[in-house]
Design a protein around this ligand. Structure first.
Ligand SMILES: [Zn+2]
Length: 380
């Protein structure tokens, strides 16, 4: 699977050959564009556009967008493909547009096909949208009825599935699409770490900005200066990418030095138990904080409950609990379990936090990156 690292910083294009995923929203302001060192894909910024304005009316027209894609392809180089101006089907987005999911699907198909007629030379891909499995299958039929053979496309985007839905549900939708169109090469937009693990093998490619959301809520990496957190930090991003790819490959880079596995072997049983309790409580803290963020983002209690596999009642209960800043709660947790009492357990606790925050937002992914290199161990 080809993995595109999402970034808000278009200048990374000229710095790295790592495949990047960059939004038109961040690129459009640049008078002088960077020259790409490697390959990249362009996001149309639809999620932000629709969740902010409820339509594409404020965004570029299809002709304007096509003109930009052409300019990026010519001046930046290395552009593998560009997303169309599709219409996501998450409840958060349809609530904003006031349109039905069927209408979103029809507009997505229409937009994709419009680029075929106005800019047939550009690699603007087609995207399948929906919320539930039968809706994605119906969207495949819309393309079929329009005479498009999706199996013959170099890549087809699958929207809305990875970002908001439970991993199991997303996996079954992706599998159903692959069964319905044998040979289809799917790109998963905005995928979670747990999703990469569970259905990455069914995808031709994927992109993720999960590292940036995680970094925003985590302490900055040891040694980082000049920024308050690592949400736009190349060092954090490339380290995260290496850990994700290593965990996907089924083997992790064995860390050297005082942190990581070597250190945890030196811990006695009581330290291990304390760390295990610390890990459990830190993961719960991370989950509760994510629930509050999602709720502030306008996601309903029911939608949150679906995404993180909790009962709506429990989600509601968590939302009524006092909202102490995460860093303060983490400090209290560290003190309660005495994890900072010696260097080895302090290093292990740092790694637990790094793994929780760079993993995805649910408790079931905690520990999935166990054994990977510590967050500070990979240099950009
Ligand atoms: Zn940093």
């Amino acid at each position: 699977m080809r993995f595109f690292l999402g970034t808000h910083r278009p200048n990374w294009l000229s710095l790295t050959s790592v495949p990047l995923f960059v939004s038109d929203r961040t690129l459009r302001g640049y008078k002088t564009l960077p020259t790409a060192k490697g390959t990249w894909a362009l996001d149309s910024g639809g999620f932000t556009e629709l969740s902010t304005h409820g339509s594409w009316d404020h965004g570029p027209t299809p002709r304007q967008y096509a003109a930009r894609v052409r300019r990026y392809a010519e001046e930046i180089g290395g552009l593998v493909w560009a997303a169309p101006q599709d219409w996501m089907c998450e409840p958060f987005v349809t609530n904003k547009t006031g349109l039905s999911r069927l209408e979103h699907q029809k507009r997505t198909v229409h937009n994709g096909l419009e680029f075929r007629s106005i800019a047939p030379d550009l690699p603007i891909i087609l995207v399948v949208q929906g919320l539930f499995e039968d809706e994605y299958l119906a969207c495949l039929d819309m393309y079929r009825s329009a005479g498009v053979d999706l199996a013959a496309e170099p890549v087809v985007g699958v929207g809305s599935v990875c970002r908001r839905q439970g991993t199991r549900e997303a996996a079954s939708i992706i599998a159903a699409i692959c069964r319905a169109v044998p040979g289809i090469r799917l790109h998963g937009f905005g995928i979670k770490t747990s999703g990469l693990r569970d259905y990455g093998s069914l995808l031709h490619s994927a992109d993720s900005m999960a590292w940036s959301y995680a970094a925003r809520r985590a302490p900055r990496l040891p040694g980082c200066t000049g920024h308050a957190n690592c949400a736009n930090c190349a060092r954090f991003a490339f380290g995260w990418r290496e850990r994700v790819l290593a965990s996907l490959a089924g083997h992790a880079t064995r860390p050297a030095g005082p942190t990581g596995r070597g250190a945890s072997r030196k811990l006695d049983t009581s330290r291990r138990l304390a760390l295990s309790a610390f890990r459990h409580e830190a993961a719960r803290l991370e989950r509760d904080s994510t629930i509050r963020c999602a709720n502030r983002d306008g996601l309903s209690v029911r939608a949150i409950a679906t995404v993180i596999d909790l009962s709506p009642a429990r989600v509601g209960q968590i939302l009524t609990e006092p909202d102490t800043p995460v860093l303060e709660q983490l400090r209290q947790l560290r003190a309660r379990w005495g994890v900072d009492d010696d260097p080895a357990s302090r290093a292990a606790a740092d790694m637990i936090i790094a793994n929780i925050t760079t993993g995805e937002l649910t408790t079931n992914s905690v520990g999935e990156l166990d054994g990977a290199a510590p967050a500070g161990g990979v240099q950009s």
